[in-house]
Design a protein around this ligand. Structure first.
Ligand SMILES: C[S@@+](CC[C@H](N)C(=O)[O-])C[C@H]1O[C@@H](n2cnc3c(N)ncnc32)[C@H](O)[C@@H]1O
Length: 372
């Protein structure tokens, strides 16, 4: 089966996350943007729809634009390098009759077109999806043009697919098992390409105890380098597999300057999980009928909250999000943290307004009154 015949599990999860998150981003940042404009850049667009009609990322972004057309002016730019895939994308867009003001398609590489897209998006919030087959943009373009605070003033969020097998193959070229000169040269240029994309040759010193470990170390180093270059940038990473309990095919790395962006992206991931579960097990046969993990997540979050309250006396859910969720990050969402907060207030452990939106909750440890 070809890549574009039908979406595999990983793509179904990825698109479910985008379908949840894109409208939230557009709605929030478009509220105060000039003429309620929002730009979306899908820099590795693919053909838009799979051959069986399943939506690809361009189709999902266009759904968002259509959904919010009465209140937000969304414009999407789709870039695709492969000429045949580009022709298919163009044909699909023509067939669906997408209005011209809503989408621009550009043949070529994301690097080639990035400056013109950024010019168009100047002063306007921008969501960027970097979804290559291998590693994506050169580090300096990704960080220097999209992520550094001085690069863009308007809200900008970037979602990068870190394709694990492609990175592993490229790492392997550091020690090629060949004496063939042409192959050695090709390997060398791929290694230099990886230096360029990862922001240096720091990865060459890593020695993972397994392929998986090594790739995870490279991913973590990549995130660290990005965050070092962009102080204050927050990240949320989501492993994405083809089936439940399979090893991840890629890690989605979500970068934002805004606590709320990270909060609502996590909600989107949580809400996308049932779509993935239905894909993996359409009849529900493998899932126990009465089992829902909600109570377990709420209990785990309540434990995290107790610890945080003991340490700090006060928990701001948005600021302390990573510790509040702990191991349930990327699984649980706002409704679970709210339930955990209510439990603690009911038990008299903490006080705070738990009727508000989950990300606005602030809990304070309740002092035990001395018994005279
Ligand atoms: C994983 S697919 C994209 C899938 C798509 N984002 C989706 O979710 O439906 C990667 C696409 O990027 C294209 N591509 C590869 N290198 C590129 C580059 N440098 N710039 C733009 N597109 C590129 C490939 O031809 C391929 O269609």
């Amino acid at each position: 089966m070809g890549f574009w015949d039908q979406a595999q599990g990983a793509a179904i999860f990825k698109h479910a996350i985008l379908r949840q998150y894109a409208p939230i981003f557009v709605n929030k940042v478009g509220r105060r943007s000039p003429a309620n404009r929002v730009e979306i850049l899908d820099g590795y667009a693919g053909q838009g729809w799979y051959n069986n009609g399943d939506p690809g990322s361009p189709a999902v972004f266009l759904e968002t634009a259509e959904l919010l057309k009465n209140s937000r002016q969304v414009h999407c730019t789709f870039i695709e390098e492969d000429p045949r895939t580009f022709a298919k994308l163009k044909e699909m867009l023509d067939q669906t009759g997408v209005p011209h003001e809503r989408a621009t398609i550009l043949p070529g590489t994301m690097s080639e077109h990035l400056d013109e897209v950024l010019q168009r998006a100047e002063g306007v919030p921008l969501f960027v999806f970097v979804d290559p087959f291998g590693l994506g943009l050169p580090f300096e373009e990704l960080v220097g043009k999209l992520m550094r605070p001085q690069a863009r003033q308007a809200p900008t969020e970037v979602l990068v697919s870190f394709i694990r097998s492609a990175v592993y193959r490229q790492i392997g070229l550091l020690h090629p098992e060949t004496t063939n000169l042409a192959q050695l040269r090709a390997a060398r240029s791929k290694v230099i390409e990886l230096d360029r994309d990862l922001g240096g040759d720091w990865w060459r010193k890593l020695e993972g105890t397994s392929a998986d470990r090594l790739v995870s170390q490279v991913r973590d180093g990549y995130i660290d380098h990005i965050q070092e270059a962009c102080p204050g940038l927050k990240v949320l990473q989501v492993p994405v597999a083809d089936m439940t309990d399979y090893k991840p095919v890629y890690d989605l790395l979500f970068f934002t300057r805004h606590d709320q962006g990270r909060w609502f992206f996590n909600d989107a991931v949580s809400l996308a999980r049932p779509v993935f579960a239905d894909h993996c097990d359409p009849t529900g046969f493998m899932r126990p009928q009465l089992f829902t993990p909600d109570a377990e997540w709420e209990a785990e979050i309540a434990t995290n909250l107790r610890q945080l309250l003991a340490q700090k006396g006060q928990v701001l859910f948005l600021r302390d999000m990573v510790q509040v969720y702990g191991d349930t990050l990327g699984k649980a969402r706002g409704k679970h943290v709210k339930a955990a907060a209510r439990k603690l207030v009911t038990e008299g452990v903490a006080e705070g307004d738990t009727k508000t939106d989950p990300h606005l909750i602030k809990l304070t440890a309740k002092r035990l009154r001395a018994v005279s």
